[in-house]
Each structure stands twice: as structure tokens, then as C-alpha cells.
Design a protein around this ligand. Structure first.
Ligand code: NOJ
Length: 736
């Protein structure tokens, strides 16, 4: 039967109650199975956070015991791998993957994750995050592709295509969800879910571009954000959800609210006094599915029956939901079948390793790297809280941060921490590798990677704010590490943050290394033994002293299951790093925001007590070879940049060619430059290649104060080179 007719028929048979239920997404982990079964009988539209036999049972109830037998769809957060399944393949965090500047990696990670999620029967993955992290104090920085709209859009679109495949009804395709719409990362003071003090002009200019790409890539669902823009919560923001997303951007899929945001309209944001108003405004603003506010059901029914809300609003939402269900083919196959046996299979693990390799960013190298095991190294001291802690390496959204009741605490092997990676690399070299914990990231005590007793430990972590505990008590462990290091030829020190310093509710006011990590670093750096520091963290940290006094610095962010192996391969030269920073590193917390594409000020943006430039800029990253750029040209007719890149070193490598555009004079101020294209190019020693990159119109567009988007004719500067830093770029001036 024709899909539209099928949907029309179904809607015509639905009662207001059934429409309200279809618009609801119920969290099984919160309500429990008894209540979930009742919701299934009422004809609820979706469940989230269910796994295994629970899903099978709930789908059976929906298909057999609800009046119209409309199958439900199941949703989950599998944002860098299917992290709630302990056998699953865990990729680097989105931020770490962004450091690869590699769309193939993003696409493959999503494809693998979709296959694993679908193998567990699930239809819908709440990923990718397209918010920008321009203030790294934000707890969810690790979930983003970093600070730049162009990079986020390119990688986000690649992930969406990877999740959704060619056809949503394929066994291994799942619904992607572009989130969080819109401006969520820009909350005041980087406090998660707070108001966003920006204009819609700014939103169109800076925050919509990745969502435009997501919609062009066919993203089937969009999640509205927790926060508010200039006092209007996104949950009721008709201008954003209907005016911009639907009417202007042409989105025809399903919109879903974030977790319990309809209740938050009453309890937190205080723009509604009761559930009737909150539910009516949320539906009217254009939310099709309401996540987790079960009060919505009774309230919206009452709003329709009393005439305050037009039933057509519900019809429209239900139509969007049923259309997506038809595209998924849930009537034919109520649960996804995926690819049996694929969860954690070798091919998927290989993809995670490739992604981890792509994510390694070498930030400093005084010449110590790569280490040559043949050269008089007798002992390596591996030290630091994050050297052998798989939780820190995994980052957010795995069973550690979102534990599923009843599952084991430790993920199933294989995974490789940094310590294990160093042991792999030195296995047959005769080099002795010794390990010392040094100090904790942010709690008192001596944690040795023992997974027993995690619930109490987690509780303790939440109670102990980093600045409050008696960190001096860890001095004996620092001394122990220093004593062990004294006889070493090389120190490899892993510092960073841990799972209770990122994610929702976990914004930071201080980006310095927490706990006794700075003290540990200072003690080790006074030993005058070559020191390689590895940052395993969810975000950039303010580490100027570490950078100054280390002989080499590697940024790994959260590298996933093989993060440790990829870093160890880099240290020993098996891997020539090609990662580039997707986000700037500040000197100090007070310097944020320090993203590269700010507007020019006319007093130069200097602080009296801190440099104007970041510690490391967007796009930076070294390798074990050097690249030289020449012959930059721009063909205005085809908007194509071409530039010659030569590998002038003696090792093969991959350069990430970056193109930036500056609008020289415009009617409204524009950024000093914006990323407009990039390309990865592999070069043998001595080899050169001409790289051509076609720029989108978007690269030249501005948003005027009246919110119209135009290209104003005039002069533009096109930059090409190794990073966003002026000294790394060639430039050519063009008139369009
Ligand atoms: C809240 C988060 O903001 C969102 O990203 C996530 O998808 C939902 N909860 C569902 O878990």
C-alpha cells in the first residue's frame, strides 16, 4: 500500500489518547518494566534505554496488545560506539575523532556503531552532537567535534551517512539524531543547559551550518536542546523549531525533545506554571516526540479536548513519527536484526584502532620522538593516573559513566591502556618498563586500576570537589613515583581528567590539572630525565608549564579501546601522527573563550597577564616529517583553491591541508578567518602534490543584522596551510 495512504488511514483511526501516546518516549531504565508494559499497551511511540529481552517483550506487547498494533522504536546513546554493551567496540570520543580531520574515520565509526546497535535490536541512535565547544569549561566538550562549524558539519554529515546507510530499512542502518538544536554549547559561563545569550543572527552564522549539512545528508531526527536562547527555552522555541528547522531548512523528519525538558519548563526554566501549558507549548513549538516527561500524556489530551490545542498539531507530529517508522520498516521487522556476531568483532576492532591512530595529536617534540628502542634505553618509567585507567581513556557514555544495572564493571577485553601499549612496543627489546600511579586525578587515595567497589568510589568522587580534598596526603605516592623514575632513561607521564570531570552536570571552573597532578609533574620534571607527557582528557586543559618543561607532548583526548596502543605506536615511531587540534588550548582558564575565529577587536585582544594567542591553536599538530606549501592559487569561477604541498622530511606522512577564508570588508563584522575546506594528503619523503579544494558558497556568506544570508561582493583573502596560525598559512587576495 502507498505509504502516505497507510499513514493517513492509521491517523484517522487514532484517538487523541493514542496520538498523545505515540508522541511519547518512555525511559525503561526509569519507569521499570511494569509501567513500560502499560505504556506499550497504550500505544507509546518509543522507549529509550532498554536492552535485550526487555526490548523483545515490549515490542511484542506493542505489536500484539496495543489497539492499533503500531510497533515502537527503541533509542539509545551510542555516541562513540555502543558503549552500554560491555562487549561493544569503543571508538575515540567525538572530539578525539575530530582530531583526525578524517571523514572516512567518522563514517566508518558510525557504520560500525550502527551495526552493533542494530544487532542489539535498537533503531535509533542519539548521535552525532553538532554543538560547538567554544568554551572548553563546558562538561560536554568531549561529545562535540570541537570549536569549528565547518569541521563539525563535515564530520557530522559523514557520521549521519554512516549510521543511516543507503536505506533506513536495512538491517544494519539506524536513525541518526542531530543534536542539540540549537546554540546549546554556548551556554552562559559554559554551565550546561543554561541560557544562551546570543542572537538569531549569530545562530544562523555560527551554529546552524553543521545542522544544515546534517539535514542535507538526510538526517532523520533532530533533538531540541535543554537550554534557552535569550530567555526562550528551545523546548518552546517556535522560531527555532518551526520557523528555521522546518520552514527554512526543510527538515521533514522527527524532532525529539531532550530528557524531561517539558517538566523543566515548569520546574527549572519557570516559563510555565503547569503541565497543560508546558505540553501545549512544546507540541505547538514543533516537538514531535517528548522524551521522558510522562505527564505530557494526560496534559496534552486535556489541552486538545478543552480546545486549547488544535488536534492537527498532534496529527502532524504523529505523521512525522509514523513516516520514520515506515522508512525503518518496523511493521515488517519490528526489531533491527543487525549482523549477528558482529558486536566486538575483529573488523570492528580494527576500525576502532584506525580511529585511535587518526586521533593522536603531537603537540611538542624537542627531537626526543620517536624513541628508538635500539638506542641505549634500558628502562622506561610510565607514570600517572591516566596511564593505566581504561575509564579515563574511554571518556563519557560508556558503562562507566552510564552504568547499566547488573552488568559487570569492567569491559570485556581487548582494550589497550597506554601502559599496556608501551609494554606491547617494548616486548622483545629488553627495555624494562616500570609503572607507578603517582597521584589521582581528583580524589584522595591510591587507586590502582582495581574496578572493585566502583559505586562507592563514584559517590565519593562526586562528593569530593577537586579543590577541597586533602591532596597533600598523596605526596608519598608522588615520592614513590619519583624514586622509581630516578633510574629510568625516559619518563612517560599520562595526565588529564577523569569521568567525573566531564559530561552533563560536570562543567569546570578551572582548566588546570586537578588534584596533585601539577605537583607530580613538577617533581618529575626536576629529575632532568627526558620527559614525554601524554594528555588523556576530555578537553583541552591549561598546561603551559607542562608544555614548557616536557620534551614532548602528545594529546590523545579519550582514545577509546585502542587509544593506548595508538599513542604507544606514535612514541615508538610505528605511527607518524597526523592528528590536528579541532579545538584551541588556552594558557589559562581566564583566557577562554580562545577559539580561533573570533571577531577582530580594535585593542588587539591582549590580556595584561596572559598572551593574546592560545597555547595551541585550532588545526595545530606536528608529525615526524615537514611540509612545505607553495603556489597558492584561487580560481574564482569554480571557487577552487589549489596549492602545492611537499614532504621535505625523510618519513612518509599525511598532511591535513587547511583552507581558511577572510572577508576583508563586510557590512557586519566577520571572523578573522573561517575554515572553509580541508583535505588529507599522503606524501612520501620528497614527494609533492597539488591539492585542489572546491569551496562552498557558504565560505563567503555573511548573516546581516536582519538575519538574511548573503555574499557581499568584494575582496576576500584565501589562506592555505598547516594550521589556523597566520605563520602557518600562505595567502592570496581575490575579488568576487
Ligand atoms: C540527555 C542528553 O542531553 C542527550 O544528549 C541524550 O541523547 C539524552 N539525554 C538521552 O539520553
Amino acid at each position: 500500500m502507498d505509504q502516505n495512504k497507510f499513514i493517513d488511514d492509521l491517523i484517522s483511526q487514532m484517538t487523541v489518547e493514542e496520538k498523545a501516546a505515540q508522541m511519547l518516549q518512555v525511559p525503561v531504565s526509569v519507569v521499570g518494566m511494569d509501567a513500560a508494559r502499560e505504556w506499550a499497551r497504550k500505544g507509546v511511540g518509543s522507549f529509550l534505554n532498554a536492552l535485550g529481552s526487555e526490548m523483545e517483550e515490549l515490542q511484542k506487547v506493542s505489536c500484539e496488545e496495543s489497539r492499533l498494533k503500531v510497533p515502537v522504536i527503541f533509542g539509545i546513546d551510542a555516541v562513540h560506539g555502543h558503549g552500554l554493551n560491555r562487549k561493544a567496540t569503543i571508538f575515540p570520543s567525538q572530539l578525539a575523532m575530530a582530531a583526525s580531520w578524517n571523514k572516512d574515520i567518522a563514517h566508518k565509526a558510525a557504520e560500525v556503531t550502527a551495526t552493533e546497535v542494530a544487532t542489539d535490536g535498537i533503531h535509533w541512535n542519539f548521535s552525532p552532537v553538532l554543538c560547538l565547544a567554544r568554551d572548553p569549561r563546558w562538561g560536554r566538550t568531549d561529545e562535540t567535534f570541537g570549536e569549528d562549524k565547518y569541521l563539525a558539519g563535515e564530520l557530522g554529515a559523514a557520521m549521519i551517512e554512516g549510521y543511516q546507510g543507503d536505506d533506513l530499512s536495512d538491517d544494519t542502518s539506524v536513525l541518526a539524531c542531530a543534536k542539540h538544536f540549537i546554540g546549546y554549547g554556548e551556554a552562559t559561563g559554559a554551565r550546561d543547559s543554561y541560557d544562551t545569550e546570543i542572537t538569531f543572527r549569530k545562530i544562523r552564522d555560527e551554529f546552524l551550518p553543521p545542522f544544515r549539512k546534517a539535514i542535507d545528508a538526510g538526517c532523520a531526527t533532530v533533538m531540541s536542546a535543554y537550554g534557552s536562547i535569550d530567555g526562550t527555552p528551545l523546548t518552546v522555541n517556535k522560531k527555532a523549531l518551526r520557523g528555521i528547522l522546518r520552514d527554512e531548512m526543510g527538515f521533514d523528519g522527527v524532532t525529539v525533545t531532550d530528557w524531561d525538558t517539558v517538566n523543566a519548563l515548569i520546574t527549572r526554566q519557570r516559563v510555565c506554571g503547569n503541565h497543560g501549558d508546558a505540553s501545549r507549548l512544546a507540541a505547538d513549538a514543533g516537538n514531535d516526540m517528548i522524551m521522558c516527561t510522562m505527564e505530557y500524556y494526560d496534559a496534552v489530551i486535556e489541552e486538545v479536548k478543552s480546545g486549547r490545542l488544535d488536534e492537527a498539531v498532534l496529527d502532524e507530529a504523529v505523521r512525522h513519527i509514523l513516516t520514520v517508522k515506515c522508512r525503518l520498516g518496523v511493521w515488517e521487522k519490528p526489531l533491527k536484526t543487525g549482523k549477528p556476531g558482529s558486536i566486538g568483532c575483529d573488523e570492528h576492532h580494527e576500525a576502532a584502532l584506525e580511529a585511535a591512530r587518526g586521533s593522536v595529536v603531537l603537540l611538542k617534540n624537542d627531537g626526543i620522538l620517536p624513541l628508538d628502542p635500539g638506542k641505549k634505553i634500558r628502562k622506561i618509567a610510565v607514570i600517572g593516573p591516566n596511564a593505566d585507567d581504561i575509564r579515563a581513556q574511554y571518556g563519557d557514555w560508556t558503562y562507566f559513566t552510564h552504568p547499566v544495572p547488573g552488568i559487570e564493571k569492567e569491559p570485556e577485553r581487548p582494550y589497550v591502556t597506554l601502559l599496556e601499549g608501551i609494554r606491547e612496543q617494548t616486548e622483545s627489546t629488553g627495555i624494562k618498563v616500570e609503572y607507578s600511579y603517582g597521584c589521582s586525578v581528583n580524589r584522595m587515595g591510591y587507586y590502582k586500576g582495581n574496578f572493585a567497589g566502583i559505586p562507592e568510589f563514584m559517590e565519593q568522587c562526586y562528593k569530593d570537589n577537586a579543590h577541597r580534598y586533602d591532596s597533600y596526603k598523596e605526596m608519598p605516592y608522588i615520592n614513590e613515583a619519583a624514586a622509581m623514575a630516578r633510574s629510568a632513561d625516559i619518563i612517560i607521564l599520562a595526565l588529564g581528567d577523569n569521568y567525573n570531570q566531564h559530561g552533563e552536570y560536570n562543567d569546570r571552573a578551572d582548566l588546570r590539572l586537578s588534584g596533585m597532578q601539577e605537583a607530580l609533574f613538577r617533581v618529575l620534571s626536576t629529575l632532568h630525565i627526558p620527559l614525554i607527557t601524554v594528555l588523556i582528557s576530555s578537553k583541552p586543559l591549561a598546561i603551559p608549564e607542562v608544555v614548557k618543561k616536557s620534551d614532548a607532548v602528545i594529546c590523545a583526548f579519550n582514545g577509546g579501546m585502542y587509544g593506548g596502543r595508538a599513542v604507544a605506536e606514535t612514541i615508538f615511531g610505528k605511527l607518524n601522527p597526523s592528528g590536528r587540534l579541532p579545538i584551541s588550548f588556552p594558557y589559562t582558564t581566564g583566557q577562554v573563550p580562545v577559539y580561533y575565529n573570533q571577531f577582530p577587536g580594535w585593542h588587539e585582544g591582549r590580556y595584561v597577564d596572559c598572551p593574546e594567542k592560545p597555547l595551541f591553536a585550532f588545526g595545530e599538530g606536528l608529525s615526524y616529517t615537514w611540509y612545505e606549501y607553495s603556489d597558492l592559487k584561487f580560481d574564482a569561477a569554480s571557487k577552487t583553491v589549489s596549492v602545492n604541498v611537499k614532504n621535505t622530511g625523510d618519513k612518509a606522512g599525511t598532511e591535513v591541508v587547511q583552507i581558511y577564508v577572510e572577508d576583508v570588508v563586510s557590512s557586519v563584522m566577520t571572523a578573522v578567518k573561517n575554515l572553509a575546506g580541508f583535505s588529507r594528503v599522503e606524501l612520501q619523503p620528497g614527494e609533492s602534490k597539488e591539492v585542489s579544494i572546491r569551496l562552498d558558497d557558504e565560505a563567503f556568506m555573511i548573516t546581516r543584522p536582519d538575519e538574511t544570508r548573503v555574499i557581499e561582493p568584494g575582496e576576500f583573502v584565501i589562506y592555505a596551510g598547516h594550521s589556523s596560525k597566520d605563520e602557518d598559512l600562505l595567502k592570496v587576495s581575490v575579488t568576487l
